[in-house]
Design a protein around this ligand. Structure first.
Ligand code: HEC
Length: 700
């Protein structure tokens, strides 16, 4: 939620509004779910203990039917992962299993495996954060609570069944997980002893085959694609046994001893959380659905998780490194603060205050709030649908300027915080109006779909936006974006729907300088680099051919869209072959140098790539004694694309050079169909894109 501060407004020569951030993502859907580990982190998560319902096999033709006993059975899933920098194996288990097996004692070959269902909503490991990532973001167990094996055929058994003797077997069938059905082969052994059948079978699946993963939360957790699945089943003769309808509730995990040896919550931990986390995690704020921080108890409950998200620097979100020039509003914990949280968690998250003691964010006295001279919103609220999980929607906002005006500050206020993922608001020249109106008229409902760009062909100045934690933007005394008569705004809003899709009526307000007031017009320039990431050697996918990939871009974005890829090489004096040579088919990198065009002071920088981005860097006068890294992002995160403002505006002249460098890594999304990647706007394309905003030293 945008901070709304009504106190004294203090002006600074340059302030992008005491702003920490403006998220800027162009088109491209986040392929990761944005939801939250909180399911686990919240203390009151309901645990679904019901067992899946399956129709058991019939005891026909001399066969005995055995029903799975969940109390003695177990499904285990193993995934290799990098969790907060450490390589481990995640082992998740559940006992929520139902199913039946029919055995013909005279001829084992006639045995049958009935439908087997596993409740994956109950999968648990030793780490709450990871369970959540795998269950909630990957398996989406709230939507697909069960995994089912159907049409199973048993192979490898023969002869009469001998009591107590194990036989090797193979089970072939169709496995439905996450709504996707694929053939599966389990191998293992089975043994009948008295009225009890025991079987242990295993297989390896690929998460990407079922659209489950790999799961990646930049810097926090990243899993491999292979999942080793093991079923240990104990089934009992149905004439002597009926399975329970529910599992006994598993013992609570919170058995860590709490000791008073760690840092004091009151004196050391609470101040860190209050200053660095509460702003986004207090009830009603953007991070609260993910982890609510109202009082000391909320922190103690998940002490371990807090140590993990801070040690990995997943939280607070701040992708820029210290390699660059000092930036404003840095949101980063010091090593000492991280150590304090770690030590506190290790001591069991002990509290030296009542759990109900409030943890509140300190009031920031110096937040500048732009005036709301013009309020803009879509004529009617936008109604999306949970059927489209990531929905990019554009809205035309008309400030109805009839003469030249300067916008000196903006505030975007999301209406439905639960579904507004981020917003970008661009100035568009009056000449694009007809095309925008046409796009709007063509699409039913408010706005129009714009996952592949706004449909104007032009970029336009980015004048505002919103990302969780965003504050209003005040461009500073006498500084603003110039609007000609008839110029409009286009807001691109990324909605992410989880379970609800309430109508959204987000608003944008503008602070507009009075007509005739002297305002220096900001100059925002786009610096772009080519993208050339061929497929790995030996790939045969049709779109792995560069020509075919370009033609495909042309089909999606028109001939202009396809020409950008080659045009960029002319700007950057590179060739496709040269840039492609830096790629091994999985990773790629690019660079491009630009001569500075506007004399003045750099007041804002931004880097942008899509979801395969790995690193980003922008450098002033590289390789010279005057070299200055303007922005360094060592771990690209599509979810946290911020605008950054230097503490001291950086003076530049036309003699200066700015270099942009981008790198990518396909391995963050190995399930994605292979294609030769070139610069384009779509979700599955990539970009190396930057903006540099200069406040000219003289003149409008
Ligand atoms: C700028 C706002 C912001 C700040 C500051 C912030 N968070 Fe978050 N936090 C979020 C958002 C948004 C999410 C959900 C993002 C996601 O994981 O998809 C989140 C998620 C989390 C989660 C759940 C992990 C997950 O992936 O769902 C934890 C735990 C957390 N934050 C702890 C902290 C702690 C501890 C701090 C302070 C040291 C902090 N946060 C600071 C916005 C913030």
């Amino acid at each position: 939620m945008v901070e709304r501060v009504t106190g004294a407004v203090r002006r600074h020569p340059w302030r992008l509004g005491a702003v920490a951030v403006v998220l800027v993502a162009l088109a491209g859907a986040a392929f990761l779910g944005r939801d939250v580990i909180s399911l686990w982190l919240s203390p009151d998560e309901p645990v679904d203990v019901t067992l899946p319902v399956v129709a058991p096999l019939e005891a026909a033709g001399g066969r005995t039917v055995y029903l799975v006993d969940p109390e003695r059975s177990r499904a285990t899933v193993e995934v290799d992962e990098l969790l907060a920098g450490a390589q481990r194996t995640a082992r998740l288990t559940t006992q929520g299993i139902a199913g039946s097996v029919a055995v013909d004692p005279s001829d084992a070959a006639g045995s049958q495996v009935g439908e087997i269902a596993v409740n994956v909503h109950q999968l648990r490991s030793d780490n709450a954060l990871r369970d959540k990532a795998i269950r909630h973001d990957g398996l989406e167990s709230h939507r697909y609570p069960e995994v089912r094996l159907r049409n199973a055929a048993v192979e490898g058994l023969s002869g009469p069944v001998r009591d107590g003797r194990a036989q090797d077997l193979t089970i072939r069938g169709d496995l439905t997980a996450h709504g996707v059905t694929k053939p599966v082969v389990f191998a293992g052994s089975a043994r009948l002893a008295g009225d009890t059948l025991q079987a242990e079978v295993s297989t390896t699946l690929r998460m990407s085959d079922h659209d489950i993963g790999p799961i990646s939360k930049i810097g926090l957790v990243r899993t491999g694609d292979d999942v080793r699945v093991q079923l240990r089943l104990v089934a009992v003769d149905r004439t002597t046994f009926s399975p329970p309808a529910q599992l006994a509730l598993a013992a609570t995990r919170d058995d860590t001893p709490r000791s008073a040896d760690g840092p004091s919550f009151r004196k050391e931990v609470a101040p860190i959380l209050a200053t660095n986390c509460a702003g986004c995690h207090q009830p009603g704020q953007v991070g609260a659905p993910h982890w609510k921080l109202a009082d000391a108890g909320d922190a103690a409950e998940v002490a371990d998780g807090l140590a993990l998200v801070t040690a990995s620097r997943y939280m607070p979100p701040w992708p820029a490194s210290d390699a660059g020039i000092p930036l404003q509003h840095v949101r980063k914990l010091t090593d000492a603060q991280i150590d304090t949280l770690r030590a506190w968690a290790k001591a069991g998250g002990a509290l030296d205050v009542e759990p109900s003691t409030k943890v509140t964010a300190p009031v920031e006295p110096e937040v500048t709030v732009p005036r709301a001279d013009v309020t803009l919103r879509s004529a009617e609220p936008y109604r999306g649908s949970t059927a489209v999980r990531d929905d990019y929607r554009c809205f035309l906002l008309d400030p109805k300027f009839t003469e030249e005006r300067f916008v000196t500050g903006t505030t975007f206020t999301p209406d439905e915080v639960e579904i507004v993922h981020h917003a970008l608001v661009y100035r568009q020249p009056a000449a694009t109006r007809a095309r925008l109106d046409a796009a709007d008229a063509e699409a039913p409902g408010a706005g129009w779909p714009c996952s592949a760009g706004m449909g104007t062909g032009a970029g336009g100045d980015l004048v505002g936006g919103w990302v969780p934690g965003q504050r209003p933007q005040d461009f500073g005394e006498g500084v603003g974006y110039r609007f000609g008569p008839g110029d409009v705004l286009v807001a691109q809003i990324h909605y992410h729907y989880e379970t609800v899709a309430p109508p959204d009526a987000s608003t944008m307000t503008l602070e507009v300088a009075p007509p005739g007031e002297k305002v220096t017009a900001l100059r925002t320039r786009e610096l772009v680099g080519p993208v050339e990431i061929p497929c790995p050697a030996g790939s045969t996918e049709p779109l792995c051919d560069r020509g075919a990939a370009l033609a495909d871009v042309g089909t999606r974005f028109g001939p202009g869209g396809a020409m950008i890829a080659d045009a960029l090489h002319r700007f950057c004096r590179t060739t496709p072959a040269q840039v492609a040579a830096a790629s091994d088919g999985t990773t790629g990198r690019t660079t491009c140098d630009y001569r500075v065009r506007d004399e003045g002071d750099i007041v804002d920088v931004l880097g942008h790539m899509h979801t395969l981005g790995a690193t980003y860097r922008m450098t002033l006068n590289p390789g010279t004694p005057q070299e200055k890294v303007l922005l360094d992002i060592p771990r690209w995160d599509f979810s946290w694309q911020l605008n950054y403002q230097p503490v001291d505006p950086v003076p530049v002249t036309r003699a200066d050079t700015i270099r942009v460098e981008c790198s990518w890594d396909r391995s963050v999304d190995p399930g994605r169909p292979l294609r030769y990647l070139v610069f384009a706007e779509g979700t599955e394309d990539e970009m190396c894109f930057s903006t540099v905003t200069v406040r000219p030293r003289s003149g409008p």
